[in-house]
Design a protein around this ligand. Structure first.
Ligand code: GLN
Ligand code: ZN
Length: 759
């Protein structure tokens, strides 16, 4: 039978046990023993759930992040952390979050930087290097988990990040060449292999996901050289790649001196045949045939059709696994009780995916007849998905066919729109606004929860929200903001909220996926054609606008962000799904306009996140993503002002696409880079309005007036003052009113100063 294994299991727990254990430990309510006990219980449970596999992953579990674990394993802990008193766990959380539970205010240190793990929504702690970096092996945690797994009767396959990916994903703070550290780093990897060999490990999974990205020639050479320098002894290395095609790293990967290679056979299926041809005959080929990034049931019969000839050819050299670590999918569909039964029957979470893998291997070995019933069930579920009336909506299809190019373009150029809008709104120079949400107080969360649990009547809930809107508007008026918002109290999450009001979407109860540390997201499930059956935000926007003479922005989530933060159907191209979302958002935009809302913000927080791993594929993505935004936004009259918001900080390489969206105003994050990021907008001569965020909403610090004035003056050197807006860098929902009020007071005061000084 083909050997079956897993690259990693979600560690947060089916009920987010790890999250709650971490947070109570951080609050100082529980001690480290309690935390470690929860962690050990989760590992035990997760290994049990992977019991049908031949090899279970060990070392994939992490209290915060697997890359951070690797930094500790390699002894690469920055000196600012090492110098502080305390044990390893304290150091670990200081690097993760800037402080350990026992730290008084004076003991906080700069946390490691968080950044996105490839094209996923998971964030890792960036390893830090400089020319003085010295590595020192600390294998104790990994070894004790190996023993733990063994004691519980499992065949352990430790999982580590390979040396090249570890270096590549880190940052040299002093600009030194990271590859200079390689010889030293390899010494430590060799010590690690020795330690693992002594512990009797047979297979080690060594992840080199950067092989699915574009590598310069000297990095490719470094791969070959280093893997030849690794002395793995009796340990067998399984080199794991995932998330995409290897392309010009393919031959390199096949020829590295390892004992097997894992290929993502979902995203790099087209390369499998070539890998089989190139792979030396003594090497194992692990095919990741179950999608580790999405939640749909696999088509087992189709996979058998595909794998049977490969199995014949490779025999025992064929291994099977999910395409990547299951970290990116929820734990167990079995806990869901409210999903509609047909939709539920189309899905597989981590536990179900491993069952699929097991079935696949058995059916390959024993033939399909022996597993008729399971295969029939699988086929029936897939057939029901294909036939379901729920997944297709003829009206939506017809509307997409009827699209005309002019629907995506504003009637006039920005300059004439801007003049018209200025006439209408009569805003001062440096107009002030916010990004949308205001503090989500305990009362707001409580009311939403009660309403969701049917413990609060619709009408009562609406009255509550109206009160919140009035309060939020009063605050903004007394702070003196120029363009107001309703505050988003009705939204738990900017994607979930819209998914609840769109046809074609379902929501799980426990479909949590780790985003970073203890933070999880629950992406809604987009299973069918998307349709908006009635206005979503219009009543709130209208109500808000009726309370004030100042303009109130309508607030929507854009199509690309809805797409990128959902689990989306895999039976049509993402671009097609995105166009359906765009049409739904467009309907809402036009209804808002009809209802007298003349400023409408369409957030595209996740637009950049959707960029493919390889640059060569960027323009294709950006073309359809921008087209979708334009379709959603640009049907309005010239007098209607479209805003968009993006909360990431790298724009240089996608400026053209951002300009092509043609929003009247874009608000962005810039304060943390001291407006450096505006260079991109300057060099490109960005033509429309910009609100460069003037303070960091992620920090509780109150920005000073002078600081904001200075930042805006810096901005005005690059962008004409007539096109500048003044706003925070993101929504304020995670802050308290005690922080928001003084911060916005200062922001408005700064705007006044700027106006006075530019007269
Ligand atoms: N309008 C949203 C808010 O203010 C935007 C959030 C975001 O950019 N992530 O909360
Ligand atoms: Zn934002």
């Amino acid at each position: 039978m083909p050997l079956i294994h897993n690259l990693g299991f979600p560690r947060i727990g089916a009920q987010r046990e790890l999250k709650f254990a971490l947070e109570s430990y951080w609050r100082g309510e529980t001690n480290s023993h309690a935390l470690e006990a929860t962690a050990a219980n989760l590992r035990t449970e997760h290994w049990q759930r992977q019991d049908t596999l031949d090899l279970v992953p060990v070392g994939d579990f992490s209290l915060y992040d697997q890359v951070l674990d690797m930094s500790f394993l390699l002894g690469n802990v920055p000196s600012r952390i090492r110098e502080l008193e305390g044990d390893d766990l304290q150091a670990y959380f200081r690097l993760a979050r800037g402080r350990a539970p026992q730290d008084s205010d004076t003991q906080s240190v700069a946390a490691g930087e968080l950044t996105k793990w490839f094209d996923t929504n998971y964030h890792y702690i960036v390893p830090e290097f400089d020319q003085n970096t010295r590595f020192q092996l600390d294998v104790s945690r990994l070894l004790s988990q190996i023993i733990e797994a063994r004691t519980q009767g499992h065949d352990a396959k430790p999982v580590i990040l390979g040396p090249l990916s570890y270096l590549r994903l880190g940052k040299a703070r002093d600009g030194s060449n990271k590859l200079d550290l390689l010889p030293q780093l390899l010494t430590v990897y060799n010590e690690l292999f020795e330690a693992l060999q002594a512990s009797g490990i047979e297979w080690l999974q060594i992840d080199e996901p950067i092989l699915a990205t574009e590598l310069e020639a000297h990095w490719q050479r470094a791969f070959t050289q280093s893997y030849h320098e690794l002395r793995r002894g009796d340990i067998k290395l399984l080199l794991a790649t995932y998330f995409g095609e290897l392309q010009d790293n393919l031959i390199l990967a096949c020829e590295l001196p390892v004992d097997g290679i894992h290929i993502d056979a979902i995203n790099a299926r087209s390369e499998v045949a070539k890998v089989i041809d190139w792979l030396p005959v003594h090497k194992v080929l692990s095919l990741g045939v179950i999608d580790g990034r999405n939640i749909w049931k696999a088509d087992i019969n189709a996979l058998l059709d595909y794998l049977e000839p490969i199995h014949k050819r490779l025999g025992d050299r064929l291994w099977l696994a999910p395409s990547c670590s299951l970290l990116h999918v929820p734990v167990d569909l079995g806990n869901e009780t409210t999903l509609e039964s047909d939709v539920c029957s189309w899905l597989a979470f981590a536990v179900q995916k491993l069952a699929e893998l097991t079935l696949l291997a058995h059916a390959l070995e024993n033939g399909r007849d022996e597993h008729q019933e399971a295969l029939r069930n699988n086929a029936e579920a897939l057939q029901s998905r294909r036939d379901s009336e729920k997944t297709s909506n003829p009206q939506v299809r017809a509307a997409l066919l009827a699209l005309r190019p002019e629907m995506s373009s504003r009637r006039s150029e920005f300059a004439s729109r801007a003049a018209l809008q200025q006439n209408q709104f009569n805003l001062p120079l440096f107009p002030t606004t916010s990004i949308g949400s205001f503090p989500q107080t305990i009362e707001i969360r409580r009311a939403r929860k009660l309403f969701r649990e049917n413990k609060l009547e619709q009408q009562e809930y609406e009255h509550f929200l109206q009160r919140e809107i009035r309060h939020c508007l009063q605050q903004q008026e007394s702070l003196g903001l120029d363009v107001l918002v309703h505050g988003e109290a009705e939204r738990n999450d900017m994607v979930e909220y819209f998914s609840e009001h769109l046809q074609g979407y379902a929501r799980s109860q426990y479909g949590w996926v780790q985003s970073y540390g203890s933070r999880c997201v629950k992406p809604p499930i987009l299973y069918g054609d998307v349709a908006r059956t009635q206005a979503i935000t219009v009543p709130w926007a209208k109500y808000a606008q009726a309370q004030t003479a100042k303009p109130v922005k309508g607030m929507l989530t854009g199509p690309v962000t809805l797409l990128n933060w959902s689990f989306v159907r895999d039976d049509q191209p993402r671009s097609e799904t995105c166009r359906q979302l765009a049409l739904a958002v467009r309907d809402e935009v036009l209804d808002l306009e009809q209802a007298g809302i003349s400023i409408i913000q369409i957030d595209e927080a996740a637009l950049r996140e959707g960029l493919p791993l390889r640059r060569s594929q960027w323009s294709n993505y950006l073309d359809w993503a921008v087209a979708c935004f334009r379709l959603s936004a640009n049907g309005v009259q010239d007098g209607t002002q479209i805003h968009t918001h993006m909360c990431y900080s790298e724009f240089n390489d996608i400026m053209e696409a951002i300009a092509a969206m043609d929003a009247d105003v874009i608000t962005i994050e810039t304060s943390r880079s001291d407006m450096e990021l505006l260079d991109a907008f300057d060099q490109f001569a960005y033509p429309n309005g910009i609100g460069p965020g003037v303070y960091d909403i992620h920090s509780p610090n109150i920005p000073h007036v002078d600081q904001i004035v200075r930042l805006m003056k810096k901005a005005a050197l690059k962008i004409p003052a007539q096109r500048l807006w003044v706003n925070p860098d993101c929504g304020l929902k995670t802050r308290r009113w005690e922080e928001v009020a003084p911060a916005l007071t200062n922001m408005v005061a700064a705007a006044h100063q700027l106006r006075a000084s530019s007269l």
